[in-house]
Ligand binder design. Structure first.
Ligand code: KG4
Ligand code: ZN
Length: 334
């Protein structure tokens, strides 16, 4: 099947054309720049930017894939979780196309999209049963995957998401928004032991996470040492913060991999692009003989290829969605 995916849950407008859950023919991603001045996503602006961009992004995705709309067999879009106004733009766009071209439509859960990115890209290498960390600006969850649509949530954040902590720390350090990738880059030249920041809930015998304490600790540290020392030791502070943020993710993933006897662990979501996290996971998982897989950066960030692939698998298992389906801002994976 030739599947069209549409993603607009936050600040990326994306349209993709994918064959089944196998081949990406195009995956156009437009990241909105308007939010950087505000230090975070402004929901109303996000909706307006999606509206302005969606037709152009759609046309580009079709052009790059070399298809005309009549060749699309299945239309899909994210229906949640996300910003309701933003979700409505992509959802209604895709539903409208499905109605107009008289083809089936499938509504996709954004979180399922993130984890399915690994099934799309690692078709042969990924065992059905595996663990995934969904780590993004809005989510931090550890999920046991027993196959498509069969998930057990082992743990999640009790407060902030890990990507949110990265973004808030980047803002505190004057690195702009979103700042996760900047912290990652600066940390490469920093001393990870420069300052010991707290590892949220590290001693607790569960699979949950907490990032608000770490964020506050960095804020207090910055206030305490003053602007000059912060600027003089920017890379060291980034490296020390990053080590605290990532150590908990790795500890939870490695312990769960042993406890649930999985053969592979994957990463999904924007933070899955983090270079130090990949290094640490590879190091620790190889010690216990567990395979480590992650998507390329364009499939980690919000993108429509993962939505199209998930929509295809959902269509195969459950058939089409009803065109009355609405946007659901708070939607869990399970
Ligand atoms: O999945 P995503 O594109 O959007 C959400 O669904 O939230 O994730 C965006 C998040 C942002 O918080 C961004 O700062 C973070 O992913 N991020 C990173 C890196 N690249 C993006 N965090 C740490 N290291 C990176 N290299
Ligand atoms: Zn996302």
């Amino acid at each position: 099947m030739i599947v069209l995916g549409v993603e607009s849950s936050c600040d990326e407008t994306s349209v993709a054309v994918v064959e089944n859950c196998e081949k990406i023919r195009s995956n156009v991603i437009l990241s909105q720049l308007v939010h950087s001045d505000f230090g975070g996503v402004v929901p109303e602006l996000a909706s307006r930017e999606h509206l302005k961009a969606i037709t152009t992004v759609y046309r580009e995705a079709l052009d790059k894939a070399g298809v005309v709309p009549e060749q699309i067999d299945l239309f899909t879009a994210t229906y949640g979780p996300g910003l309701v106004g933003a979700l409505l733009v992509g959802l209604n766009f895709s539903k409208g196309l499905a109605f107009g071209y008289d083809k089936p439509f499938v509504a996709v859960n954004h979180l399922e999209g993130h984890l399915t990115a690994n099934m799309l890209i690692h078709q042969d290498a990924l065992p059905q049963k595996h663990l995934t960390l969904i780590i993004s600006g809005g989510h931090t969850s550890l999920v046991l995957v027993n196959g498509f649509s069969d998930y057990i949530l082992l743990g999640q954040t009790r407060d902030d998401a890990v990507g949110e902590a990265y973004d808030k720390v980047a803002k505190l350090l004057g690195l702009g928004y979103p700042g996760g990738h900047v912290v990652d880059r600066l940390a490469k030249d920093g001393d990870r032991h420069f300052h010991k920041f707290p590892r949220g809930m590290i001693k607790e015998d569960n699979f949950d996470f907490s990032y608000s304490g770490l964020k506050t600790a960095v804020a207090l540290y910055v206030k305490d040492v003053g602007e000059d020392k912060v600027q003089a030791n920017l890379a060291d502070i980034c490296a020390s913060f990053q080590e605290a943020a990532l150590e908990v993710l790795v500890e939870r993933a490695v312990r769960a991999a042993s406890e649930y006897q999985v053969e592979a662990v994957t990463l999904s979501g924007g933070v899955a692009s983090n270079s130090r996290l990949k290094e640490l996971m590879q190091e620790e998982l190889s010690k216990i003989g567990v395979k480590f897989l992650f998507p390329p950066p364009e499939l980690c960030t919000d993108n429509a290829a993962m939505i199209a692939a998930t929509g295809y698998l959902r269509y195969k298992s459950d058939g089409p969605s009803n065109l009355t389906v609405n946007a659901v801002p708070y939607l869990a994976l399970v």
